[in-house]
Design a protein. Sequence first.
Length: 154
Amino acid sequence: MRRLLATLVAAKPHGRIAELGTAYGEGASAMVAALPSDATFVTVENDPERFRLAAQRLAGTRAEMVLGDWRELLPERGPFDLVFLDAGDAAESAALAISMLAPGGILVKDDLTPGRTSDGDPVRQALLGDPRLLACEIQTTASTAAIVAVRRSP
């Protein structure tokens, strides 16, 4: 997953990149390491202890770390060229995350169990069924999958 994120970040040379849910900074460290020189990266975490640990991990990098609820802090800062939706409430927040994408922007959601249908799965229904997106699910390891989606032009 970290390699996929780094690849997508590197493909956005002038990109505005956002991570929704820093956790301990693993995804953020992969993305900021691949960050082109004129791209920006912001990551938001709402848990103070995870934020503290991630801040230690990301110290000295170009990551802008923000403590709080991304739903309150990031929408006015968009649109973004890449959004990594790593927050735990993905199904409920998918519409807002999608609205923060620029046309042609990429949204990534990981931590899915592979081989499931979208029927009865609110995350898959929200992302694979949204008409604003062209989306697919990819298997990232033997036990995990991710959805990668592109925001269609209006």
